[in-house]
Design a protein around this ligand. Sequence first.
Ligand SMILES: Nc1ncnc2c1ncn2[C@@H]1O[C@H](COP(=O)(O)OP(=O)(O)OP(=O)(O)O)[C@@H](O)[C@H]1O
Length: 281
Amino acid sequence: MRLATESALENAFAAPAVQVRKLTKSFKGRAALSSVDLNIAVGEMVALVGASGSGKSTLLRNLNALHQAEVGTVEIFGSPLQVDGKLHSKTRQLRSQIGFIFQQFNLVNRLTVLENVLVGGLSQVPLLRSLRRGFSKTEKLRALSALERVGILDQAYKRASALSGGQQQRVAIARCLMQGAQIILADEPIASLDPESARKVMELLTCLNESEGITVVTSLHQIQMVRRYFKRAVALRDGRVRFDGLMIDLDDRQLNEIYGAAAEELVRSGHGEVFTASKAY
Ligand SMILES: Nc1ncnc2c1ncn2[C@@H]1O[C@H](COP(=O)(O)OP(=O)(O)OP(=O)(O)O)[C@@H](O)[C@H]1O
């Protein structure tokens, strides 16, 4: 049996799951990311926070090369994914290790839950071709096992559109598992969910991180959820990293700086829970 300290030591010497250097990305001449540096170790669970427009989605999309930056590098498990705007020859292979989940789940509504997960296993193959090709018994068993791991095996033969938002997000996570993802990037995965479904999705991501060692990077607006589920947070403001450290060290003064003018707007619009001490307003 391997000891926890052995695997902790292995991780300490392994290449980071994600390494970002001087990443700079603009849209129509406006900087969305400015010289971002970031290291995420294998098996870490990290929250990306910051006001709307601070660059969280852009950063996540660069981590799996959905977007390409003009300058800077992204390495995955020590291999370059993109360098100064150019995709590396290994990009396709590296991307297969990275699952991505979206706020709106991105399932194919007319397919069953099982088919959605099976298609996820063939992420590089166009949808129609993969459906025409059919799936082997082994692939179906793997997909059913992925659904069992996310707790919705009993929904396998329903249409995706018949599921609740929380269940659909769990299908999206099962698709990442089917894909064999070692890293899950989640862009506002709970923003469209009711509090109970949000809690279940966060607990599932935490469980996959803790029990299977999957590295998880999640953008989130709800600071109280970040406090509950994450040890480390990376905060962006105007495309720059303004904080990278332990959640317990991210105090209200820093949050006010990170959210800037957006802080007051959040409190006014009834989202003052972002700050533990909203009485400052
Ligand atoms: N496809 C695009 N075309 C033009 N500008 C974009 C595009 N995507 C992002 N931007 C701009 O880049 C900046 C960062 O946006 P991004 O979506 O990364 O922020 P965010 O922190 O994820 O915001 P939110 O919390 O609202 O999702 C913003 O100014 C945004 O308007």
